[in-house]
Ligand binder design. Structure first.
Ligand code: MSP
Length: 662
């Protein structure tokens, strides 16, 4: 692995508040930056804002203020979102920074001096209303593709960069560097683009038409074309933003992350500009896909945008980060839905990962006074070997492979982490520490199992750190470890056995509280709701998800997310007795895997208490406790029957107590 790792996001136009597309690239970059830091690399992670050009000038005009104060107003909104999403960028560039402007002008002057920039007439189809040129193809019907007004044939004097002369050099670079543009389909797109002769690039705009830009150093009547200005940010930042000067330390960039729509500007414009500047090319440009909503492109005018800020307020940064990278392969397009986000949060994060932490810490508390016990090698079986092997494979092989800059298979990395979580839950189900705790002679085995379960959680905390830094820190805090994972981990920590026996765990609140259709619920109370979150931020259109009203018959239906609110678990009935003075109610003691509960069930007319002991039943485990004829009931046993109970819902013998029923 390279010792220095320089990763960039595109710099975002400040023509509106940040949206899900901005959050997507930035989160992906953050995951990689955090992962590389953890592995000991010297990371520089850059993001920022693209503040010049027509788009921004127009947006400022609409807002009725000058472009610079307009940018100054919006920039903090981006920074606030990055903070909320726990983005660990090392620097934040704004193209209106004097340091950046100086470097753009220096580079323009050097290309001009080398005769790589020249003046010429540009002829094209111009829309006066939109103040922009269109290509021959766009203007086929003589009308502006945007406003449908007639286009004019216009000639304009401009400055051009001799891009065409680098065509061969770029083709041979692509041939020699298969990882230069990724994924492969995007590389093929670039190769396809380079089949046609490359034209020279207009790098100026006359001030008479557009004044908001960096003035050309060799002609005060012109400003720099916004893409030339913007692309240079990747090197200018290394010149004037701390740690300075760092061009030698970090250039060439290890990875430029971009969306598929801005691939050509990076793979062709930027590559050839770098060639002309005699600077090495970045190692990899990776283009990701686009998020749609209800299958359609998101657009503010259509009112179908997903507001990342509101979603983070509602579901938390980690769940949002997890969902975006887990749901869709990084190079592909994907459709956003709140239901899908809630589904993954409730199952993979709350039920699987959160529950693994919770049950392990409950077991540690119950059977080892909350202290990680010393394992006994002689008490180990094949399951411990399996766990150790899977953990080593995840940290040593799977994650490095999927997170390599030419792969970026975040979804598979998270799937592999989920696999280890499941293995952990199965491990607890199979080794049944609650049974081991009953016999003193099983002590060494119990301690070994508890150690392995806790150590697995430590390994998982490392694996999830880049993706869900907050949850990772909280997991480690509850395990009694240092929650700070911003420093590289020692190799010994990557190996099995890093958790020292004697560590005192401190069980805390659930890592991922379950959510219902109305938003995040804690202890059954709705604390937030989508509409509240969006109405508290007037600039934002809607929280996300489809905005359609449900059909009347759908009112009877529940979503999968509603169903997932009900936590069904297998339980073994340990004791049963009648509730005094009741013919119907039985007081049951049940084993829920990690705990014992008392449940009052209305099944006394159908069953004698003695016949129930040892039966495997299904229990609603997250029901609010209630008093029934003066006896506390901490859950409910599922049974069939309308008025009278006809039978309990029974499970086969080999289902372990605590197993999820879904
Ligand atoms: N300013 C230029 C980039 C200059 S980089 C030297 C720009 N800015 S942008 O704000 O319009 O877009 C930034 C990024 O957001 C692009 O990578 C784009 O692909 C991404 N996205 C915009 N909408 C998106 C989705 N709906 N889904 C995923 N990403 C999308 O282009």
């Amino acid at each position: 692995m390279d010792q220095s790792f320089y990763i960039t996001t595109p710099i975002y136009y400040v023509n509106d508040v940040p949206h899900i597309g901005h959050a997507y690239t930035t989160i992906a970059a953050d995951v990689l930056a955090r992962y590389r830091r953890l592995m000991g690399a010297d990371v520089f992670f850059l993001t920022g804002l693209d503040e010049h050009g027509q788009k921004v000038q127009r947006a400022a005009q609409r807002a009725g203020i000058d472009p610079k104060p307009y940018c100054d107003q919006l920039a903090p909104q981006f920074q606030a979102l990055w903070k909320k999403l726990n983005i660990s960028n090392n620097a934040f560039i704004r193209t209106t920074d004097p340091g950046h402007k100086d470097i753009v002008r220096t580079h323009l002057q050097s290309l001009y001096d080398k005769k790589l920039i020249y003046a010429a007439d540009y002829r094209g189809w111009y829309c006066t209303a939109d103040e922009r040129f269109w290509t021959e193809k766009d203007a086929a019907d003589g009308l502006c593709p945007d406003c449908k007004r007639p286009l004019e044939r216009l000639t304009e004097r401009n400055y051009f960069f001799k891009m065409s002369q680098y065509q061969e050099q770029l083709l041979s670079h692509l041939a020699d560097h298969p990882d230069y543009v990724r994924p492969k389909t995007r590389r093929n797109e670039v190769l396809g683009f380079l089949q046609k002769p490359l034209e020279d690039l207009s790098i100026s705009r006359p001030k008479s038409r557009l004044s908001w830009g960096i003035e050309l150093p060799f002609d005060p009547d012109y400003v720099t074309y916004v893409w030339f200005d913007a692309l240079v940010n990747y090197v200018s930042a290394l010149d004037y933003l701390p740690p300075t000067p760092s061009l030698a330390r970090y250039w060439p960039a290890s990875l430029h992350l971009v969306g598929k729509d801005i691939l050509t500007t990076h793979a062709v414009y930027w590559s050839t500009i770098l060639m002309a500047l005699e600077l090495p090319l970045p190692r990899t440009i990776f283009a990701h896909g686009w998020w749609t909503l209800g299958g359609a492109k998101m657009s503010k005018t259509e009112g179908n945008v997903v507001d990342p800020y509101a979603l983070v307020e509602e579901f938390g940064a980690d769940a949002f980060r997890y969902f975006l990278l887990r749901e869709v392969p990084f190079g592909n397009d994907g459709d956003f839905s709140r239901e899908a986000l809630m589904g993954r949060l409730n199952t993979e994060l709350a039920n699987d990962l959160g529950n693994l932490l919770n049950r392990t810490l409950t077991l540690l508390e119950r059977s080892a006074d909350g202290v990680v016990p010393e394992p006994t090698p002689a008490a180990e079986g094949h399951r411990e070997g399996e766990l150790r092997h899977a953990a080593a494979e995840l940290l040593g092989t799977t994650l490095p492979q999927y997170l390599m800059t030419n792969a970026l298979e975040f979804n598979r990395a998270l799937e592999a982490i989920g696999g280890l979580v499941q293995l952990g839950n199965q491990y607890i189900d199979k080794t049944a520490p609650w049974t081991l705790a009953k016999k003193p002679e099983d002590g060494p085995r119990l301690r070994t199992v508890l150690y392995h379960a806790a150590e697995l959680l430590r390994v998982l905390s490392l694996a999830i750190t880049p993706f869900m830094p907050q949850a990772a820190g909280e997991m480690r805090r509850q395990l009694g470890l240092s929650p700070d994972l911003s420093e590289p981990v020692a190799p010994t920590e990557l190996a099995w056995g890093g958790l020292a026996p004697g560590t005192r765990a401190a069980k805390g609140s659930p890592l991922f509280p379950r959510v219902g259709a109305q938003g995040r619920t804690q202890g059954g109370t709705t604390v937030d709701d989508a509409n509240q979150a969006s109405s508290s931020t007037p600039d934002r259109q809607q929280t996300g998800g489809t905005a359609s009203t449900p059909a009347p018959e759908a009112a009877q239906q529940i979503t999968i997310a509603d169903f997932q609110k009900i936590h069904l678990r297998a339980a073994t009935i340990l004791q049963a007795e009648r509730v005094p003075k009741s013919t119907k109610l039985l007081k049951l003691q049940v084993d829920l895997g990690t705990e014992q509960r008392q449940i009052v069930a209305g099944i006394g007319k159908k069953y004698d208490p003695e016949s129930l002991v040892g039966r495997k039943v299904v229990v609603v485990a997250n029901l609010k406790p209630a008093m029934l004829m003066g006896v506390e009931s901490q859950g409910m046993v599922l049974a069939a029957g309308d008025k009278d109970v006809v039978g309990i819902v029974a499970l086969p013998e080999d289902v372990d107590p605590g197993t999820t029923v879904k």
